[in-house]
Design a protein around this ligand. Sequence first.
Ligand SMILES: [Fe+2]
Ligand SMILES: [Fe+2]
Length: 427
Amino acid sequence: MLMNWDDPLAVQATPEPAAKPPVVEETAAVYAPQSTAPAQTMAEQPLQTQPNDTLAQSPQLVPQPAQPVTEKPAKAKKPTAAAPAVPDFDQISADPVKTDDKRVVNGMADINQLAPFKYPWAWKYFLNANKNHWTPLDINMTQDVHDYNHKLTLEERHVYENVLSYLTTSDILAMRNIGLAVMEKMSAPELQIYQARQVYEESMHTWTYQHCIETIGLDQGEIYNRYRVVPEIYGKIKIANQRLNSVLRSDIDLRDRDELENFVMAYTFFAGIFEGTWFYNGFTPIFALQRRGLMKGTAEQLQYIMRDEVMHASFGIRVCKQIIEEEKVKLDPKAIQQMWEEAEAAEEAYSKNLLPEPILGYKHEDHVAQFRFVANRRAKSLGHKEPFPGAENTLPWLDEQANLKKEKNFFETRVTEYQTGGALSWD
Ligand SMILES: [Fe+2]
Ligand SMILES: [Fe+2]
């Protein structure tokens, strides 16, 4: 059953838990691989390689000098007296919690009492998230080591490394955002329960990227630091950092309308853009390799992450809408449009650096067009007007490709199961 990417709770996410080590998968690329080295048997392949020097080999792929960091909060406020996010226990009734007293923020109910639920959907998210349990060690990466060293072109290695670099930086940031900036401001425990699970999942994602980086044998210091020296990666991280820094303060009083509005904008950014659009689109280049039978282990890891991220985005969007309704927040439509356009400009620059030349089956124009298409979907969920009217679904295979088709056969997948959607084309 395919996942509904706009309403993830519409289907049951029930991958089988790990029970034994995965088997080595066969390789059956749809297209002839773009070998950069003579074919060797698997037995001849070292599991670890020398730190790659792919960037140094290609002038257009050389990282640019680091840009000065000039970050400041998206909407700076003067520090105010600390305002507790939850009420003082001496000032609230000792009677059982009434759902009417619960609010997403600024609520007056006992934060230590989970039920009765005011937001039963949040509990449902938590229960569903626990059905998607996995670890990166469950997935066989052996073929990926071979593919990276002997099948990927220089351009494809560049894509693979930059995607990993961007994603691992982003996931650390996502963990800090939800765990340190968002969760403490919630005043209903059923919301915090799912967010606690989300924090754990973000850390699992970071482990996954580290597992890929280690297994392939990439230079860890270089990959993790790449976002600081490649302006096109840094551009996206900088925007996210600004939003995060503006709400990562313990002295925020969400009874202040400006602070509340800024918090909702920041959470909207993280759910709708950072997780819902940038992450969603961010995995796509690896799925494009997967469609050709390349880097299938990494792609499968990303399929699991993507399932989590779709839940995170959907949950965050729902929380934002709930705050807007309860607190009667009015966001500035111009500021919202500006936020989407800023995200688009950063994505476009990122994509140009990622794909200075097309790789087989994937090009810069596809990436940007798909960003706009997904952005419109997320905006619709948020109740915003479409930021990019007329955007088309340029990668119709993506939703299906991103779905795990392993619920019943986790360890016995063959590459043919991945080969879905239309034919690949250079056009
Ligand atoms: Fe994540
Ligand atoms: Fe996330």
